[in-house]
Design a protein around this ligand. Sequence first.
Ligand code: UDP
Ligand code: MG
Length: 319
Amino acid sequence: MTTVALIIPVHNEEACINALLGEISTVCAKLVNRFSINFRVVFVDDGSSDNTCLRIEQNKLSDIPMTLIRFSRNFGKESALTAGLSEAAEDDAAIIMDADLQHPIEMIETFIERWQQEQVDVVYAYKESRRSEGIFMRIFSTVFYRLLNYSNRYEIPKNAGDFRLISQPVVRAILSMPENERFMKGLYSWVGFQQIGIAYTPNQRKFGKTTFSKSALIALSIDGLTSFSIAPLRLMSIVGFLISLLSALYFVYVVIERLFLTTAIPGLASVFALVSLFGGVQLICLGIIGEYVGKILIESKRRPTYVISKVQLFGNDVD
Ligand code: UDP
Ligand code: MG
């Protein structure tokens, strides 16, 4: 029988677990009959400091086997997803979702339906609209995706997150990638395969609070961008070239002015302005190069992506 693993990263989500498992149980019970599928739930506890693990133990489902992988500390969502996927490498498909019920669980049905009927390898959900997010985040995300997809041979779909179904070959392809800094949005697309997107509107977070502040999201985006694209380096070369061209033209103009025109040579102020402008541009460029050098340092250490402190199994045949 086909087995589908639900992979759920959790970090300080004690308030969500009860409701989440309740919904999973209801939705899966319906789908088991319709598709004759076995479900299992894989929780990856990303170093929670609250009672998340205890809640999972207390609310274990009677009809669906569950695995709880506990990290030794907080390693970040991308690492938690990687651990979840490697746990699910033997299953026919993995469905990734958040613990906070923002990803409507009923959509699992559509994921499985499209996966089975259309023989695709990935069914991902993308946000239909970002209208609720404020002008700053919308402009930021547009620029982010432009840079990210600049001259790549594959496209990272806009507004698609981790909420998706991935079939076994794709899970294995993603796991085969050796990098330490795992920008999952990029990895999902890099591997290729037949992928389809479904529009959805995320729910509001019902319990607990988000761990991703605006600044954390921006930091994550910069990490993603520098892991997946060299567009900023190219952009630097283009800006450098344009500035050099303009400076050369200006130099010619100054010489002509000095030799043939009688106007006074501009004073120190303009020299200061230009020197500080170029100083600033150079520092920005150095910073961008620094980001990439930092990436090389991190990758060259070859440290593991996460450290597991404990694995617990709950379920009909294992308990
Ligand atoms: N999460 C995680 N590690 C972290 C932060 C978050 O595993 O360091 C999990 C979190 O428990 C949730 C999912 O990632 O299941 C999405 O987190 P959140 O709801 O805070 O993010 P948002 O929905 O605001 O993007
Ligand atoms: Mg959330």
